[in-house]
Design a protein around this ligand. Structure first.
Ligand code: AMP
Length: 501
């Protein structure tokens, strides 16, 4: 790829570009960070982490908004140990779970804020350190000691650990190796022909593979520029696209939909510089794709990604190849097949479970033999998604076997919400489920049966204290009995249909 050696680790990924080019642009502060500066900052922070006692395999949790500190600390943590980025919106109890479950050795936070994460770390006896950034765009760990040098990672070291929500039980830990991410980055760069001329606007959170791998690491490997605002802002989005000469962005349909509502029928200034728009992490309705292409005037390429595949599995191709609305395209550097429950591969146009195989796919969940036994069949990873391959090998997703609520791309395990509701003293039974929502795709709702009187507002406030805002039910049905199937089972989909009909 452009004469650069194939990367095996994240250290290789950031070595590919010439020193003086802009790696990262922080649009709010107007700060340009060169590749030389990025490499130096990552090295220095990896050494600081080693000097703080971090060794290979040690988990470093980060609780940061998008921006340079999130990118530098992610890379440094994956080199000195293993990066474990967390959603800064979690509540103290959620931080406690994730910090304990990942066995975090250190927590990195912004100099101010992150109170809930700091309290959770203190309760568990885990040290928390602050990050600071100066006006020149250099990030450091405040008062970090020196003296040690972090050794280079090997391809089989775990670079990143993330959680995915399970249908049953607690969230599962996904250990992603350096070589898994490096393979994913190569697939993405090749598929979209990313080069040094490209500038990506990263509006997806950096604590997920979508923002990290697709927008950020792929761009860094191609030697392009990542524009990294602190968060998605529909008011300044197109101004940033225009001023920074953005050539592509990747986002969830919720973000595309907000941008479309603001644009009306008028092409926003700046959109003429876009080579393509990528959509991933939730289904893109064909009408939305058609409207985006018409109003924004750029090809819209829907892709399919998941944490266990270090993000991308499939994507529609660039023109002149055909992009099909309602399909996520053919596999990108990965094998995709459709399997029945018994493990037989199914012919094209036949629905079944989407299974995958490839160098970007993790080899198993951490410390979870039960989930591994269920998720792998004859070397194929079962995605929990349902779909079929058409005659051209394009994948069409038709549903989900796994129980997840997909709220604007953010995956929520409904059991986690059931458990919080059931811990309320007045709640006897609880079932959380997703309901269709015009902007979020799906929104969280729940049904409860009370064993003693309680007000809806009181139960919702109880949830708010224990669950990040995106997970809190927005609608609560207080009912006498939970609807069951003919065989007496509770099925979330059935409950949702019965209550929202
Ligand atoms: P995550 O691990 O958070 O990236 O979530 C992965 C899941 O997101 C997949 O297993 C799918 O259920 C869903 N997903 C990703 N991309 C799409 C898409 N283009 N259309 C529908 N669902 C998607």
């Amino acid at each position: 790829m452009f004469g650069m050696p194939t990367p095996n680790t994240l250290l290789d990924v950031i070595q590919a570009a010439p020193a003086g080019r802009t790696a990262i642009l922080l649009p709010e502060a107007g700060i340009h960070v060169t590749y030389e500066s990025l490499r130096n900052q990552v090295r220095s922070m990896a050494d600081a982490l080693a000097s703080l006692g971090i060794q290979k395999g040690d988990r470093i949790s980060t609780v940061l908004p998008n921006g340079l500190p999130a990118i530098v600390s992610f890379l440094a943590a994956s080199i000195a140990g293993t990066a474990a980025p967390l959603n800064p919106g979690y509540r103290e109890e959620e931080f406690r779970f994730y910090l304990e479950d990942t066995n975090a050795k250190l927590v990195l936070c912004p100099a101010d804020g992150a109170g809930e994460a700091r309290r959770a770390a203190a309760a568990l006896g885990i040290p928390a350190r602050s990050l600071e950034m100066d006006a020149a765009g250099v990030v450091r760990i405040v008062d970090a000691p020196g003296g040690k040098t972090a050794s280079a990672p090997s391809p089989d070291d775990v670079a990143l650990v993330l959680h995915t929500s399970g249908s049953t039980g607690r969230p599962k830990r996904v250990p992603i190796l350096h070589r898994n991410i490096a393979a994913s980055v190569c697939n993405i760069v090749a598929h979209y022909s990313l080069t040094r001329k490209d500038t990506a606007l990263c509006v997806m959170p950096l604590f997920h593979v979508h923002g990290l791998v697709a927008s950020t690491l792929s761009t860094l490997y191609s030697g392009g520029t990542v524009v990294a605002p602190a968060k998605f802002n529909p008011l300044s989005f197109w101004r940033t696209v225009r001023d920074a000469h953005v050539t592509w962005y990747s986002a969830v349909p919720t973000i595309h939909s907000l941008l479309l509502s603001r644009a009306g029928e008028e092409r926003p200034a700046g959109a003429e510089g876009l080579r393509f728009i990528r959509s991933c992490s939730a289904a893109l309705p064909p009408e939305m794709m058609e409207k985006m292409e018409r109003v924004f005037g750029a090809p819209v390429l829907e892709a399919y990604g998941m944490t266990e595949a270090s993000h991308q599995m499939a994507s529609n191709p660039q023109p002149p190849a055909v992009r099909k609305p309602g399909s996520v395209g053919p596999g990108t550097g990965i094998k995709i097949s459709i399997m029945d429950e018994a493990g037989n591969h199914l012919p094209s146009d036949t629905r079944g479970e989407v299974v995958i195989q490839g160098p970007n796919v993790v080899s198993g969940y951490e410390n979870n033999p039960e989930a591994n036994a269920k998720s792998f069949t004859n070397g194929w990873f079962r995605t929990g998604d349902q779909g079929f391959l058409d005659a051209d090998g394009y994948l069409v997703l038709t549903g989900r076997i796994k129980e997840l609520i997909n709220r604007g791309g953010e995956k929520i395990g409904p059991r986690e919400i059931d458990e919080v509701l059931l811990s309320h003293p007045a709640v006897g039974e609880a079932v959380a489920f997703g309901v269709p929502h015009p902007t979020w795709g799906e929104e969280v709702a729940a049904a409860v049966v009370l064993k003693e009187p309680a007000a809806e507002a009181d139960i919702l406030a109880f949830c708010k204290q224990r669950l990040a805002d995106f997970k809190c039910p927005k609608k609560l049905y207080i009912i006498n009995t939970i609807p069951r199937t003919a065989t007496g089972k509770i099925q979330r989909g059935e409950v949702a249909r019965a209550l929202t009909a």
